[in-house]
Design a protein around this ligand. Sequence first.
Ligand code: 5GP
Ligand code: ZN
Length: 115
Amino acid sequence: MSDCIFCKIAAGEIPSNKLYEDEFVVAFHDISPQAPVHFLVIPREHIPGAAAVTPDNSRLIARCFEVIAMLAQRENLAGGFRVITNNGQDACQSVHHLHFHVLAGKNLGERLIRD
Ligand code: 5GP
Ligand code: ZN
């Protein structure tokens, strides 16, 4: 998708603070962190959101979670972390390229990422 900001981040066309990248997955710090630790994990492939996951691309979702588990260890998130994905209007999805928020570094409480 030529006008997708996360496709551009994955391609290195827009700068980001990357924690990890491989052939399939990229992880980078959120530009507007909502917790002491807040990074995003995305498939390189443009998948619009969780509602667009299919048997053809679901291996990429598994890869995202393998990277989340690896980074949780590497970044010392032993105290716990939260993984969130927003899909669609009611969830206030603002970037329409599937991404998993990983939040940590404080007690995240019982509130949702958005009020
Ligand atoms: P959503 O609202 O779609 O669940 O999450 C989109 C996230 O992307 C937001 O937390 C927002 O701060 C982050 N974001 C939007 N644009 C950029 C950007 O250019 N760079 C980075 N690193 N994060 C971004
Ligand atoms: Zn995209």
